[in-house]
Design a protein around this ligand. Structure first.
Ligand SMILES: Cc1cc2nc3c(=O)[nH]c(=O)nc-3n(C[C@H](O)[C@H](O)[C@H](O)COP(=O)(O)O)c2cc1C
Length: 138
């Protein structure tokens, strides 16, 4: 199984309707392609986790990377995983307003450090962030 986490910047602030449109298409396609994951949107940045069979994740990522609704797509983690973190979610989503202040702070730190840490491919901080999110959903 392949797992990718990236950070990107929205080309312009997304309205709720625009976000829901991204989510609807993502959920339809990902359900078809056996891809699961998480989308976070905070302060004009996206953080997305994509997981599934390597080929399926490659294909989705290649499509998403080219989407003009965001830019400066930085791959923060790209690796193998034994199991899915979001097995039930074709694309889980939380707006920043629905997150605890601790998690919002963790996201802000992640974004601030991303330019330096994108070069190191182990993705430790990305995994920690996503794990905190999984905890918060329980
Ligand atoms: C932040 C962001 C995340 C996205 N995530 C996904 C995704 O997980 N799966 C997906 O199929 N498309 C995703 N998209 C949309 C794709 O870029 C693309 O528009 C879509 O896959 C095209 O689907 P269609 O050929 O069925 O119209 C995302 C777009 C953005 C801006």
């Amino acid at each position: 199984m392949r797992r990718i986490v990236y950070l990107s910047t929205a080309t312009r602030l997304m309205s709720d309707v625009e976000l829901m449109d991204v989510l609807r298409v993502s959920r339809e396609n990902n359900a078809r392609d056996g891809v699961t994951g998480l989308l976070l949107y905070q302060g004009g940045n996206f953080i997305q986790l994509l997981e599934g069979d390597a080929d399926a994740v490659d294909t989705v990522y290649a499509r998403v990377e080219k989407d003009p609704r965001h830019h400066s797509v930085l791959r923060m983690l790209d690796g193998e995983s034994a199991e899915r973190l979001f097995p039930e979610w074709s694309m889980a989503f939380r707006p920043a307003s629905g997150l605890s202040s601790e998690l919002r702070q963790e996201i802000a730190d992640f974004i601030a450090r991303a330019p330096q840490e994108a070069a190191t491919t182990d993705g430790r901080r990305a995994l920690r962030l996503v794990s905190s999110f999984v905890q918060s959903m329980r």
